[in-house]
Design a binder for this molecule. Sequence first.
Ligand code: K2U
Ligand code: ZN
Length: 166
Amino acid sequence: MDLLEILEFPDPRLRTTAKPVKNVDGKIADLADQMLEAMYVAPGIGLAATQVNVHLELIVVDVTEDKDSPIVLINPTIINTEGELETAEGCLSVPGFFEPVNRAEMITIEAINTAGNPFTMEASGLLAVCIQHEMDHLKGKLFVDYLSSTKRQMIRKKLLKQQKQR
Ligand code: K2U
Ligand code: ZN
């Protein structure tokens, strides 16, 4: 099966608010597998369904060096945050740009796994940053929204120019 296509800023579809997954079935599990494949190939360490133009609350992450620890989060909610951490963030939907963004250093998340079972997990450091970044995607939010309008417009203009040259 072909790789899922990743939408690029300023595609308006990236601004769509995802809907909760009502029924965790084989189709959702297959979509998660396809998203993991697209993420590893990109390469990236996270991907939200919004980025592949599927507007459901589903994200996949794998921040490990060996790329052998995928986490699938369905209908994720953050129930606790602690601390603050600034990291240079990139995004597969904003290729070639990395800018500092402040996020919570530690988060506690409730979600559902692909077996349909609810679970709670804690994440800190890069994993916490990645999950918060992906959860922003589900709200139609991009890391460029944390930048000045001047910087965001500069990135928008450069990406539009690149897209037109394809
Ligand atoms: O949502 C995405 O586009 C995936 C991001 C996730 C991410 C962004 C910022 C900070 C951590 C994770 C991509 O993986 S960005 C590319 C990348 C690759 C390796 C390490 C960090 C960022
Ligand atoms: Zn992103």
